[in-house]
Design a protein around this ligand. Sequence first.
Ligand SMILES: CC(C)(COP(=O)(O)OP(=O)(O)OC[C@H]1O[C@@H](n2cnc3c(N)ncnc32)[C@H](O)[C@@H]1OP(=O)(O)O)[C@@H](O)C(=O)NCCC(=O)NCCS
Length: 145
Amino acid sequence: MQVMLQKPNATDAETVAAIERECFRLPWTEKMIRSAIGRTDFCGVIAFADGKPFGYVLGTQLFEDAELLRIAVLPDFRGQGLGKELLDEFLRQAKRRGAEKVFLEVRVSNLPAITLYQSRGFECLRVREKYYENVEDALEMKKNL
Ligand SMILES: CC(C)(COP(=O)(O)OP(=O)(O)OC[C@H]1O[C@@H](n2cnc3c(N)ncnc32)[C@H](O)[C@@H]1OP(=O)(O)O)[C@@H](O)C(=O)NCCC(=O)NCCS
């Protein structure tokens, strides 16, 4: 399997939105994705395996702070280290552009994602109560680059 990572452009918003719908209960819309990708502080990639888009990581980087907003791998592609590859690419990009810290929020129930972040050195800063839909708590996590 040949994996290729690319900087997404506006035409990739539809592809990312389709993956969102398979990976999240409350997916970002195509419009939200186009807006995220179009930001001047955008940081992230879309990933292809043998030409098929299977995942992405979206975030921002402004001066010393980066924020990881979304990371997803299609169900059929999970458990093969691709999420780690995407996260590593985000961390490299952010660092190259001058970030010193990366922040993210994750649902307390999202064990796969929390384990992935911990495996890359993210630590829990605090719990944000009822952060999601006024129901579920979020862990705010941070990693120094
Ligand atoms: C989180 C996600 C991106 C991981 O993708 P992935 O390609 O399966 O991840 P990897 O194969 O690279 O696994 C990396 C590490 O994550 C952890 N992990 C992955 N899946 C896991 C699971 N089901 N349970 C526990 N830990 C898991 C492990 O630490 C794993 O490392 P290991 O294989 O050396 O033990 C994927 O599950 C996903 O798209 N989830 C839905 C979207 C989402 O919740 N995104 C995060 C919130 S923005």
